[in-house]
Design a protein around this ligand. Structure first.
Ligand code: RFL
Ligand code: PHB
Length: 390
């Protein structure tokens, strides 16, 4: 097989890159370890920044997003028995849209397939070769056969457990990392959300988040210990804990319902630099990870490939390599802004390891500062909705 850009991974990054390249007349092939059904059902993020919504709409993927996504103009912070609404749109003129990541993935896959795009699912033993030549090759197995995909460039969009980053020789990349002493237990529930906007709660028993997917489906998260097992969390225990952490304002209650899905995700921050080596370009979770508290992961993945799409277009249309050369430096500016914001939100809202009383007071003071200072609230809001320039 031969293509111009070989893309490893059919998550938001890889699929969006393939779509953007197609709009510019550049051929690509996406290879994916999992089945189509699996990637379309994988429940993850839910918050799209305004810039991500604009990117989806401007590239012709706005129909279902406009019909089914819900625009949110604020979020609520709960702490110490108080509730404060951050009026994001009033403060920034921008908004977020709640639309499940798997819906974005479904829209992208159907657009690629409708346009005759090639996505090879259920591949194995993926290896990247000749990345420091002008003729890289991706080798993999599919349906019992060995396949070679010859390309001009490789885009490593294979997420946090992919192979792309590990294909760069030792000593080239620098990693910056932070592990957090907690994880998120996430549930999807067939229950009408008791909230109109997302609620982020700082509670002495740990963080909780009330989010939603539709008028009938709620998405909720609880901070748990990183080594906790799902079987220690029967549904009744989850609802009881959500009530304790979220029912801190009078006359309001969590709306429980059958749990459709639950999972535990460890939390970490990671940046690997640079995001390019020779003919390999890395994007999304393959090269940076944020804790989900800032709702930035999918948005960063989309922002990376928007840059990469422009850079490949300049190369193929005009033979210019300046945007490809600048890709890592440019992308890392947004990546580090999101790293700081995600770390800051995480630190402000979670019960930290030590539960040091001094740290608790700092958290509460920070939350009160957001609640009383228009400029501090604006800083949170502009990061949350996404900065146009970084
Ligand atoms: P993905 O989505 O992980 O896709 C990578 C794809 O590569 C495949 N793959 C391979 N394919 C071929 N060969 C190999 N060797 C391969 N190895 C892996 C994988 O099967 C997969 O299909 O990465 P991408 O595209 O960079 O997208 C990143 C986002 O998925 C991620 O950042 C977000 O889900 C993070 N995230 C959130 N982001 C937001 O913007 N807003 C949110 O509200 C938000 N909430 C969340 C989140 C992530 C969460 N979890 C589960 C980690 C909430 C949670 C709980
Ligand atoms: C979600 O709805 O899945 C969600 C919302 C906000 C976050 C993380 C996840 O910060």
């Amino acid at each position: 097989m031969r293509t111009q850009v070989g893309i490893v991974g059919a998550g938001p990054a890889g699929l969006m890159l393939s779509h953007l390249l197609h709009l510019r007349g550049i051929d690509s092939v996406v290879i994916e370890r999992r089945s189509r059904d699996y990637v379309e059902r994988r429940i993850r993020a839910g918050v799209l920044e305004q810039g991500s919504v604009d990117l989806l709409r401007d590239s012709g993927l706005g129909d279902r997003l406009t019909r089914e996504g819900s625009r949110h103009e604020g979020i609520e912070l709960r702490f110490a028995g108080e509730a404060y609404r951050v009026p994001m749109t009033e403060l920034t003129g921008r908004a977020i849209t709640v639309y499940g990541q798997q819906e974005v993935v479904k829209d992208l896959i159907s657009a690629r397939i409708a346009a005759g795009g090639r996505i090879v699912f259920e591949v194995d033993d993926v290896g990247l070769h000749g990345l420091d030549t002008s003729t890289p090759v991706i080798r993999f197995r599919q349906g019992g056969h060995d396949v070679e995909l010859h390309c001009d460039f490789v885009a490593g969009c294979d997420g946090s457990h992919g192979v792309s980053r590990g294909s760069v020789p030792g000593g080239v990349l620098t990693s910056y990392e932070r592990a957090y002493p907690f994880a998120w237990l996430g549930v999807l529930a067939a229950a009408a959300p008791a909230v109109k906007e997302l609620v982020y709660a700082n509670h002495e028993r740990g963080f909780a988040l009330y989010s939603l997917r539709s008028p009938e489906v709620s998405r909720l998260y609880l901070q748990v210990d990183p080594d906790e097992q799902l079987d220690e969390w029967p549904d009744e225990r989850i609802w009881a804990e959500l009530r304790t952490r979220l029912e801190t304002v009078p006359g309001w209650s969590v709306n429980a319902g059958p749990i459709l899905e639950k999972s535990i995700t460890p939390m970490r921050s990671l940046v690997v630099e640079p995001m390019q080596w020779e003919r390999l370009f890395l994007a999304g979770d393959a090269v940076h990870i944020v804790p989900p508290t800032g709702a930035k992961g999918m948005n960063l993945a989309l922002a990376d490939v928007a840059l990469l799409g422009d850079a490949f277009a300049a190369w193929y249309a005009d033979g210019r390599d300046d945007l490809l050369r600048d890709y890592s430096r440019t992308a890392l500016r947004r990546v580090w802004r999101a790293q700081h914001f995600s770390w800051w939100m995480t630190s402000m809202l979670h019960r930290l390891d030590s539960h040091d009383p001094y740290e608790v007071q700092l958290q509460l003071s920070t939350l009160r500062y957001v609640a009383t200072s228009r400029s501090y609230a604006t800083s949170l809001a502009e990061n949350y909705v996404g900065l146009p320039e970084v």
